[in-house]
Structure formats: structure tokens, C-alpha cells
Design a protein. Structure first.
Length: 264
């Protein structure tokens, strides 16, 4: 079932690319991030990014209905000891991730492989059907959900020694802390850094990569929270990790998002 969903999802996404759906946004983002790259390279990367996005949306249907064991078997965590050691300290754990490869599979399959649940920070979605679908999908492996505006629930989760997971690579208001991202001073979501500095929680960045046979590998990167850290310096640390991942393989990131819409 999964392979058929992926074919359909990638095909629809490629049609969207050919029809020009947000293509100007994608190419514009790639020009900003890679000003010296060839146009042919940007076009290949853009097409590949559409395929990744189509695959991700198609696999959401798989995550919603497939057997948990089948999803677990297609997930590998390369360094689970880093996660378990951070959580075992009892100070709470903040896992930062990005819209890269399949972020939904990361949270779903990661929870199954680690046998540890995430409290996922989510944005409210206006379409009730979509919201119910995503909620039912995300809760299947035992994860919980926290609305993005519920800061008290986030702090409570951390202080209970649990793991809070959130995406931090979308556009932030212009007054947000600005850090260097792909060579551009970029307003960035400061929530992860603020929560870590306020609570003393450990921090990890979770990377997700698609491998042979449709298997996703999750790798954790440590983020050292030091006494002298500020919102800016700590935010820069996790943004730099994402930047390095994107520079190695750009296509899996969601270039369709207007990441620099508040940058002149």
C-alpha cells in the first residue's frame, strides 16, 4: 500500500511543480540560499523537493492506518543512547526538528523505536477534517499534543521530566531573534531556546533522512546549553545544525515555505 501512495503523492507533487504551484517561491528561496548555483541545479533541486513533499503527504495516510509494527520496522534510530541519556537526567528534554524529509514519520516512528513518547507542539489547523486526521495520526504511537500557544503546558511537560518536541524552521515575526541561516540574517522561532533557558532542560536536534528501501533513519545531534547562552546564541546552535544538514542534501527541506518573507 505504501509504495502506491508514494507514487501517487510524488506524481501529484510533480504536476504541481509543472503547473507552477509555488514554484516561484521555491526558486526564489533557492536563489537566496544558493546565489552562486546554476539555474539547472536549482531546477533539479526544486523538482526533487516537490517529490519529497508529495511523498511526505502521501505517507501521512500510511501513518494513519498502517500497522504500527510495519512503521517501526521502517524506522531506525542511529544513536538512541543519546536520547535516553538526556531524558534520564530528569531535567526534561526539548527535541527540535525541522520540515525535512518526513517530520511526521520522525515523531511517529521515533516514538515506536525509542519506546518513549513525545509531547508534540502543534499549530491549530483551521480545517476541522484535516485537524482531526492529523490528531488521530499523531496520537497512534502514544504521543501527546500541545497547542502552540499553551506555554504553561510546555513548561509543565518539561518540568515533569518528559520530552517536548517541536518544529522550529518556519517563518518567525520580524521582531524575533535574528540568526544566520544559509548566509541570511533570519528572524527565527525563539521558543526552543527560551524554554531551555527558563527550565534548564536538555536539548537535542533530531535529523530524519530517507534511505534505501524507504527506511527512515533518525539521528540526534546534541545542543549544549551553556550558562552564558542567550536567546540568540542558543537559537543559532540549532539553526546551524539544520543549515549543515541542508547544505549536504538540500532537496528534502520544504522550500515551498516562505522562510524569508520578513527579510528585505
Amino acid at each position: 500500500m505504501r509504495w502506491l501512495l508514494v507514487i501517487v503523492g510524488e506524481s501529484i507533487a510533480l504536476c504541481a511543480y509543472l503547473l507552477g504551484v509555488r514554484r516561484d517561491v521555491v526558486i526564489g528561496n533557492l536563489v537566496r540560499a544558493f546565489p552562486h548555483a546554476r539555474d539547472s541545479w536549482r531546477q533539479r533541486t526544486a523538482r526533487a523537493s516537490y517529490r519529497f513533499l508529495g511523498r511526505t503527504f502521501a505517507e501521512m495516510m500510511y501513518l494513519r492506518f498502517a500497522p504500527l509494527r510495519a512503521i517501526e520496522q521502517k524506522t531506525h534510530v542511529s544513536n538512541p543512547e543519546l536520547y535516553h541519556a538526556a531524558l534520564a537526567e530528569g531535567r526534561g528534554l526539548i527535541v527540535v526538528a525541522a520540515h525535512y524529509a518526513n517530520w511526521e514519520w520522525l515523531a511517529f516512528g521515533g516514538a515506536l523505536q525509542l519506546q518513549s513518547n513525545f509531547a508534540i507542539v502543534r499549530k491549530n489547523i483551521q480545517t476541522s477534517f484535516t485537524e482531526r486526521f492529523l490528531e488521530n495520526m499523531r496520537l497512534r504511537p502514544g504521543n501527546s499534543l500541545i497547542n502552540s500557544g499553551d506555554v504553561r503546558a510546555m513548561i509543565r511537560t518539561i518540568r515533569e521530566g518528559k520530552c517536548l518536541a517541536l518544529l522550529a524552521d518556519q517563518a518567525a515575526p520580524s521582531e524575533s531573534v535574528r540568526v544566520d541561516f544559509l548566509g541570511i540574517p533570519t528572524p527565527t522561532q525563539q521558543g526552543p531556546a527560551w524554554l531551555a533557558l527558563k527550565t534548564g532542560a536538555r536539548m537535542l536536534f533530531a535529523e530524519c533522512q530517507l534511505g534505501p528501501g524507504g527506511k527512515y533513519t533518525i539521528h540526534f545531534h546534541p545542543i549544549l546549553v551553556e550558562p552564558e547562552d542567550t536567546l540568540e546564541s542558543l537559537t543559532q546552535k540549532h539553526v546551524s545544525i539544520l543549515e549543515n544538514i541542508i547544505l549536504q542534501q538540500p532537496a528534502p527541506w520544504v522550500w515551498q515555505h516562505k522562510r524569508w518573507k520578513y527579510v528585505q
